[in-house]
Design a protein around this ligand. Structure first.
Ligand code: PEP
Ligand code: MG
Length: 594
C-alpha cells in the first residue's frame, strides 16, 4: 500500500524505531498481526483436588469450541474454494471425534492431577509420533491433522489465538518471534504486507521464501513481537532493516518519497532486464532461478532466467507437513521441467533438517542440539532409503519431460557421494526393469557447501557432472556462524578471505576436471558480490528471480577482465570488510542511478 496515501493516519503515539537486519527489499505500511509460533508453550502445574471437575469441563468446552471453529472454516473454505479444498477440515473434525484421544487425556489427568492442557499436549504428541512411524502413507498423513487440531485445542485452553498465516483475515504486517520455513511457505501472499521476526538472519529459509514472494522482510528485530499489539500501525523498511512503530506524519511523508524513487528504479531495472546478460567484453553469464515450488515457474519466465539452478524440493514436504508420495512429486517436477523446457532445471534432492525440519513429523526429525550439524539433507536421505528412492524415481521419471539435472545437497566427500549414486543406480535399474522411460544421460552434480567437500573438490570434481556452491551453508560452516542466529549475524561475512579463497579453490579444481561451477547461495543474487564471484571464475549464478534484474544490470556494466582484477585484488586483502568495500567501490563505479 503506498505509504504517502496513508499519511492522514499518522499517530499521536511516539514513534518506536527498531533497527533489525534488512532481509527482503521493499517498504510496507500497515497494521500488525502478531503471530504466535505454531508450537504453543504449554505450562504444567498441579490442579487442586476441589478444582478437578472444573478442569474436565474446561477441556470439554475447548473441544466443543474447536469443533465449531473448524466447522466454520470448513464451510467458508467450501464456499470460497470448493469441496475438495474443504475436505482437509473433515479430517480435522474426525480427529476431534476420536474418543481414544479424549479418553486418554482424561485418564492421564485423573492419574496425574496435572492441568488438562499439559495432559492433552502429552497424549497428542504421542499420537503424532506414533502416526508418523506407521508404514502406511495415508495414516502417516494423519499425523499432520492431529498436530494442527491439537494446536487449536491448546490455543483454546490457553485462551490464545490460533490464527494461521495461511488465513490472514486482512492485509497485515506479520510480526513474530520466529517463523519457520513451513510457516513462511504457507503464508497468505495476498494478505501479508511484510514480515518481521525477532530472530533470524538473511539466509534463514523463511527469509529466502519471503524474498521470492517479494514480501519486504526485516529480521533480528529483537523483542519487537513483545512490544507491539494486534492492530498497531507499523512501517517496514526492508532496504535498511528499519521498523518504525506508530510512524509520525513526517516519517510517512519521507518514506512516501523513498517508495516512489524505489519503484521507478525497479521499473528501470525491469526494462533493462530484457537485454542479454553479457559483459562489456562480450562474455555471456548464465543467470538461473532458485525456486521453492512448482508454482514459481511464471516468475522464472517473468525475470527471464535461463531455467532453474536450484529447485529446493523440500518445500513440497514442508508445505503440508506431510510426505508426498512418488506420484505427487513426479507431477510437480514434470510440471516445472515441461513448462521451462528446453531450459535447464536443476532439481535438488531433499534438504530437510537444519532449519527445515518437518514440524508435523517429530518422529522423523527428533529434536537436536545442533540441527545444522545434525541429521540433515543427504544424511537424512541415506538413512531413509525408501523416501530417498521415491524422490529419485520421481526425478528420473520427470527427466524425459525437459532438461532436468539432479543435485545432491550437503555432500561431505566421495564416499557419501558414492552411496547416493548407488541408490540412484538402484532406481535406474527399477525403472528400466519396469520399462519406465528416463534420461539415461541425466547429469548429476553436488552442492559444495561443507568445508570437507571444498577441500576434496579435486576428488569430487571427477565424480560429478557439475558443482553448485551453496554459499549460505559454506559460509556458516567455514566461519562457524549459525546462519539463523541473529546475535552473530554481523560476523556472517560472505567476503571473509576464507570464503573467497575457498570459492577460488573449488572453481580451480572443477575447471581442472572440466566441469562447470554455479553459485546458488544468496551471495549470487547480491549485485555487489556477483562481480567478485564471476571474477573468481564462477560460471553461472542462480538466485531468487526478483534479484535477477539488479545482477544482470551490473554484469552488463562491467568487463569480465575487470571482475578478474577485482578478484585478484580481493584475494590479497586480509579482512572481509576490506573486501566488501572493494566490491562496493567496483559496483558504485559502474552502476549509478541519478
Ligand atoms: C546454500 O546453502 O547456499 C543453499 C543454496 O542451500 P540452502 O540455502 O537451501 O541450504
Ligand atoms: Mg545449503
Amino acid at each position: 500500500m503506498p505509504v504517502s496515501s496513508m499519511s492522514e493516519q499518522a499517530h499521536p503515539k511516539p514513534e518506536l524505531v527498531v533497527q533489525g537486519i534488512a532481509a527482503s527489499q521493499g517498504i510496507a505500511y500497515g497494521q500488525v498481526f502478531v503471530y504466535l509460533q505454531s508450537d504453543l508453550e504449554v505450562p504444567a502445574y498441579e490442579v487442586e483436588p476441589e478444582k478437578r471437575a472444573d478442569e474436565v469441563a474446561r477441556f470439554d468446552r475447548a473441544v466443543l469450541v474447536t469443533r465449531e471453529q473448524i466447522q466454520r472454516i470448513r464451510d467458508e473454505v467450501e464456499r470460497n474454494l470448493g469441496a475438495d479444498e474443504a475436505r482437509i477440515f473433515d479430517a480435522h473434525l474426525l480427529v476431534l471425534e476420536d474418543q481414544a484421544l479424549i479418553a486418554e487425556t482424561i485418564r492421564s489427568f485423573e492419574k496425574s492431577g496435572r492441568n488438562i492442557e499439559s495432559c492433552f499436549n502429552e497424549v497428542a504428541r504421542r499420537y503424532v509420533v506414533a502416526f508418523t512411524e506407521i508404514d502406511d502413507e495415508y495414516l502417516r498423513e494423519r499425523a499432520g491433522d492431529i498436530r494442527d487440531v491439537a494446536q487449536r485445542v491448546l490455543a483454546n485452553l490457553l485462551g490464545q489465538s490460533s490464527e494461521n498465516l495461511s488465513r490472514l483475515v486482512d492485509k497485515r504486517v506479520v510480526v513474530a518471534n520466529d517463523i519457520s520455513p513451513s510457516d513462511a511457505a504457507s503464508i497468505d501472499r495476498s494478505h501479508a504486507l511484510a514480515v518481521i521476526t525477532d530472530t533470524g538472519s538473511k539466509t534463514s529459509h523463511a527469509v529466502i521464501v519471503a524474498r521470492s514472494m517479494k514480501v519486504p522482510a526485516v529480521v533480528g528485530a529483537r523483542g519487537l513481537s513483545a512490544k507491539v499489539h494486534h492492530g498497531d500501525w507499523i512501517l517496514v523498511d526492508g532496504y535498511d532493516g528499519l521498523v518504525i512503530v506508530h510512524p509520525s506524519e513526517q516519517t510517512l511523508f519521507r518514506y512516501g518519497k523513498i517508495q516512489v524513487q524505489k519503484k521507478s528504479l525497479e521499473q528501470r531495472l525491469m526494462l533493462a532486464n530484457q537485454r542479454p546478460s553479457v559483459t562489456l567484453d562480450g562474455v555471456e553469464v548464465v543467470l538461473r532461478a532458485n525456486i521453492e515450488n512448482a508454482e514459481e515457474t511464471p516468475l522464472v519466465k517473468e525475470y527471464l532466467a535461463s531455467g532453474v539452478g536450484l529447485y529446493r524440493t523440500e518445500f513440497l514436504y514442508l508445505n503440508g507437513s506431510q510426505i508426498p508420495g512418488e506420484e505427487e512429486q513426479f507431477q510437480a517436477y514434470r510440471r516445472v521441467a515441461e513448462q521451462l523446457a528446453p531450459a535447464t532445471v536443476v532439481i535438488r534432492s531433499l534438504d530437510l533438517g537444519g532449519d527445515k525440519a518437518m514440524e508435523g513429523n517429530p518422529g522423523l526429525f527428533p529434536r537436536e542440539d545442533n540441527p545444522f550439524l545434525g541429521f540433515r539433507a543427504i544424511r537424512f536421505c541415506l538413512e531413509n532409503p525408501n523416501l530417498f528412492k521415491e524422490q529419485l524415481r520421481a526425478i528420473l521419471r520427470a527427466s524425459v519431460y525437459g532438461n532436468v539435472k539432479l543435485m545432491y545437497p550437503m555432500i561431505s566427500g566421495c564416499e557419501e557421494l558414492a552411496r547416493a549414486n548407488a541408490v540412484l543406480e538402484e532406481c535406474r535399474e527399477e525403472l528400466r526393469a519396469a520399462g519406465v522411460p528416463f534420461d539415461e544421460k541425466l547429469a548429476v552434480g553436488s552442492m559444495i557447501e561443507i568445508p570437507s567437500a571444498a577441500y576434496t573438490a579435486d576428488l569430487l570434481a571427477v565424480r560429478n557432472d557439475f558443482f553448485s556452491i551453496g554459499t549460505n551453508d559454506l559460509i556458516q560452516y567455514l566461519l562457524a556462524i549459525d546462519r539463523v542466529n541473529d546475535r552473530i549475524a554481523h560476523l556472517y561475512e560472505p567476503t571473509h578471505p576464507a570464503v573467497i579463497r575457498t570459492i577460488r579453490h573449488i572453481v580451480r579444481e572443477a575447471h581442472a576436471a572440466g566441469i562447470k561451477v554455479s553459485v546458488c547461495g544468496e551471495m549470487a543474487g547480491d549485485p555487489v558480490l556477483a562481480p567478485l564471484l564471476l571474477g573468481l571464475g564462477v560460471d553461472e549464478l542462480s538466485m531468487t528471480p526478483p534479484l535477477i534484474p539488479a545482477v544482470r544490470y551490473v554484469i552488463r556494466a562491467m568487463t569480465l577482465a575487470d571482475a578478474r582484477a577485482l578478484a585478484e585484488e580481493a584475494l590479497t586483502l586480509a579482512g572481509g570488510r576490506e573486501v566488501l568495500a572493494l566490491c562496493e567501490q567496483f559496483h558504485r563505479a559502474r552502476v549509478r542511478f541519478d
